[in-house]
Design a protein around this ligand. Sequence first.
Ligand SMILES: Nc1nc2c(ncn2[C@@H]2O[C@H](COP(=O)(O)OP(=O)(O)OP(=O)(O)O)[C@@H](O)[C@H]2O)c(=O)[nH]1
Length: 332
Amino acid sequence: MSPAVQTDPRIPVTVLTGFLGAGKTTLLNYVLNANHGEKIAVIVNEFGEVGIDNQLVVGANEEIFEMNNGCICCTVRSDLIRILGDLSDARLGKKDRKVNFDRVLIETTGLADPAPVAQTFFVDPSISSDYRLDAIVTVVDAKHAEQHLNDGHEAQEQVAFADVLLVNKTDLVSDTELQKLEQRLHAMNPAATLYRTQQSKIEINQILGIHAFNLDKKLEIEPGFLEEEDHEHDDEVGSLFFRETRPLDLDKVEGFINEWLIEHGTDTFRYKGILNIKDLEERIVFQGIHMLFSAYPDRLWREDEQRISEFVVIGRHLDEAWFQQQFTNCIA
Ligand SMILES: Nc1nc2c(ncn2[C@@H]2O[C@H](COP(=O)(O)OP(=O)(O)OP(=O)(O)O)[C@@H](O)[C@H]2O)c(=O)[nH]1
């Protein structure tokens, strides 16, 4: 882990998403009951419901905040900003009641598009100075995933945005079905780490404190996924992976990224990569969500590693030839 990551004083936030009934509340309860020694503030969003989830969430020591006025991804985003602001004020003792917590968990409704939630942590300065998005964790219902993925954009987007995919309810399907589903998920989002779970049981350190948005380590993308034979799913959402050993020209890369965001920003959900730029001793890491893009120099390239540029793009109707051409044009 890089020193910057270790010393980042901001409060880590985990966004829990997942298909309807996939096991999000089960996961939340499991996390709150687990023996991790942390105090967790929970923000629950239920679409148009009155606090049902609140009653299902156990853990008397936790602070639970509810947002029941609508979907977290649209009307309630300002509510989210307000709650996060109030929470950090209360943590600093600026409110009537002091609240102690080490991290925040946001459970979104099964219909929420996670992008606006994630973007909140980048766009709103008061939020991004106090909080850092640690990871988006998506719970997938192994039994109904095929149907959910075939039916709706939301389910596909939740997979596309995930840093961690929990394939839950594995007790309800055969091993063959599981493997087929995992292949499909992997083709849609090869950058996500995938775990099989029952009753959403998972090692806590595999979902909390994983720094998925820090890119402090080399991207763990398996290039082999491109060669996978099973392409029978014609999902709108898919992924592309690019790799280049020749150094790139910084100006050309900037031009490429500008074009990209103008031409394909709305269709690219998540992207992340590491670039080997000519005459730069540091790795350049970049990532983004739709149009929100950030790039910065990371650590120095080590003597013992190959300087290589690689990035993954996850999105809808991706034009592979266009990306490849643009990327190739960036070679110095
Ligand atoms: N068979 C089986 N059932 C499970 C598993 N995990 C959770 N469930 C059940 O699935 C149902 C839905 O779980 P929840 O945790 O409420 O799902 P959710 O994603 O919070 O649901 P919504 O908030 O309605 O979207 C509950 O009855 C759980 O007990 C599992 O691994 N296997």
